[in-house]
Write a protein that binds this ligand. Structure first.
Ligand SMILES: Cc1cc2nc3c(=O)[nH]c(=O)nc-3n(C[C@H](O)[C@H](O)[C@H](O)COP(=O)(O)OP(=O)(O)OC[C@H]3O[C@@H](n4cnc5c(N)ncnc54)[C@H](O)[C@@H]3O)c2cc1C
Length: 508
């Protein structure tokens, strides 16, 4: 059963085996697997419950307000600031993500095995969990009939230059290519946790409270014994009822900013002093190519291909078309100038981005009034990688016939020929002049074998706090360099199996 704030008339006080905070890529899989294993499980989700029919709208701003944390206006402060988008709704960020699915690269698993004391994470042992996730999400290449022209342009440009192009694997079933993934799939074709894991969880007897912000994890004798929170009216943000859940196991899956914030607020012991540290972001630089012929990039699915030629340098490139309200943020113009450019280029452009496997770090700190703040320091290496990635995308657009390219730099907005790409390296562009954003937040509660260096153990249990687990993107020990949702889901599934197989130990 799913309860919304409108269903709640009095305070909630309940008992269960497992209480899960968050219903995104981390929360929904662990809740579903444990409910199917016969445990009583409750999910508490701060965001609202919206369904496929609710996404049949062209009101982008309304969708941002309903589905994104802070309407999509979060920021990691630094030089430059990095804009952050994350979900706050049932399904978490999977409800508004692009649906790309990649397994954790072997090189990353090896690094975690050797350097982070996670000896068990061999590709062979992880295979079972990846497969299980891929089955639930129907992961497969994009259907030829739903590919769009912007992806084809990117592919043509890259192939002309001899760069490796990979057909994207996505979580989809009957996708008809409406390209509205980022404001909620209006057909249910994209397989977010909202339409896969959450319904399976409910079918297995689970209960989910939407509009419920968890404020504190409770400890008794050093053990986690549940949470307290409030039911919030999403429009007024006013408190409607108190919530107290008493559980034998508590799993935090609020995402890489909210999870460390909640654990810090709850004064969870942290011998490593790394809680909230090591925030990784996959910073993303957007580059827009403008073409003479119409592209109509809004027809067809989000990201049919990725350019993986430079993956060893920590660069993956792809197109990511977005609704007009979001697109106006990706071009370097404001006010009437922005409107003019939008009118001229919207049907003629390709919006692409380069994901950077970052070595820079950030952190999450708590502010008064229950607020979390992320900061991020872009280092020289990642800055240089971002410049190079921007140049490579511009080169691909020109190879595909672009007449001009918009760049994400304050002093250098636009170039018109392949030769002008050198300006990216000639101009005195400083990090602070570059516009970066991210949809991949990771780290902050790192997994590791050594309690002095990590927050959670190899199965996600907080070192020294029995009964308290973390199962979301915050457990990543490093940046992973590919779209993260499958990794998060596979690790969450692995933790679920571990808890279920050791139920007599954890559910005392
Ligand atoms: C626009 C966009 C596009 C993306 N595209 C892709 C893609 O194509 N492929 C890919 O692999 N990844 C993609 N991602 C990233 C991917 O969706 C996330 O990495 C992943 O969903 C993170 O999982 P999570 O469980 O850590 O957090 P989330 O999925 O964000 O879930 C966290 C949930 O916890 C809830 N929560 C937080 N704090 C509390 C609290 N105190 N009380 C109650 N509930 C709380 C939040 O409301 C949220 O619903 C994209 C993300 C975005 C935003």
């Amino acid at each position: 059963m799913i309860f919304k704030h409108t269903d709640i008339t009095k305070n909630i006080d309940e008992t269960c085996d497992v209480c899960v905070v968050g219903s995104g890529a981390g929360g929904a899989p662990i809740a579903k697997e444990l409910a199917e294993a016969g445990l009583s499980v409750i999910i508490l989700e701060e965001g609202g419950y919206y369904q496929t029919e609710d996404f049949r709208t062209t009101d982008t701003i309304g969708s941002l307000i309903r589905l994104y944390r802070d309407g999509g206006s979060e920021v990691a402060l630094g030089k430059p600031n990095v804009y952050i988008a994350e979900g706050r709704c049932v399904g978490g960020s999977t409800t508004i993500n692009g649906g790309m699915c990649w397994r954790t690269p072997d090189k990353i698993l090896k690094q975690w095995q050797w350097e982070k004391g996670l000896a068990d994470l061999t590709p062979k042992k992880m295979e079972f969990y990846f497969k299980r996730v891929e089955e639930v999400l129907s992961v497969k290449p994009v259907l030829p009939e739903s590919r769009n022209e912007d992806a084809e342009i990117l592919r043509r440009g890259a192939e002309k230059l001899g760069y490796e192009v990979r057909a994207n694997l996505r979580a989809h079933r009957g996708c008809v290519g409406t390209n509205q993934c980022l404001t909620g799939c209006p057909t249910g074709g994209k397989q977010s946790t909202l339409v896969t894991y959450v319904p399976a969880f409910i079918k297995a007897g689970g209960r989910l409270y939407a509009d419920c912000r968890v404020k504190k994890v409770h400890l008794k004798g050093g053990r986690a014994v549940g949470i307290s929170g409030i039911i919030v009216d999403p429009e007024t943000r006013k408190k409607k009822a108190k919530v107290r859940i008493r559980s034998k196991v508590t799993v935090i899956c609020g995402g890489a900013i909210q999870t460390p914030s909640l654990l810090k607020r709850s004064k969870i012991p942290d011998a490593s002093k790394t809680l909230g540290e090591n925030l990784f972001l996959h910073p993303n630089a957007k580059v827009v190519g403008v073409f003479d012929d119409p592209v109509y990039a809004w027809k067809g699915v989000n990201q049919a291909y990725q350019i993986t030629e430079f993956i060893d340098e920590g660069i993956i490139m792809g197109v990511n078309f977005i609704p007009p309200g979001m697109m106006s943020l990706a071009i370097p113009f404001y006010g009437p100038g922005s409107l003019e450019v939008m009118k001229e280029v919207y049907n003629h452009c390709v919006v692409g981005g380069a994901l950077i496997e970052d070595t820079s770090r950030g952190r999450v700190i708590n502010l008064p009034f229950d607020q979390a703040l992320a900061t991020y320091r872009l280092n020289e290496r990642d800055f240089r990688t971002a410049l190079r990635a921007t140049a490579l995308l511009a080169e691909i657009y020109f190879a595909a016939g672009a007449k001009r390219v918009y760049l994400p730099f304050d002093q250098l907005h636009e170039i018109h020929t392949i030769d002008e790409i050198r300006k990216i390296f000639e101009y005195p562009i400083r990090p602070v002049d570059m516009e970066l954003m991210t949809v991949h937040i990771m780290g902050t509660c790192q997994m590791g074998g050594d309690p002095k260096k990590s927050v959670v153990d190899p199965f996600g249990q907080c070192h020294g706090v029995p009964g308290l687990f973390v199962a979301d993107a915050s457990i990543f020990p490093t940046s992973i360099g590919v779209n993260p949702q499958e990794t998060i889901m596979a690790f969450s599934t692995r933790t679920a199996f571990h808890i279920a197989e050791n139920a007599s130990h954890y559910l005392r």
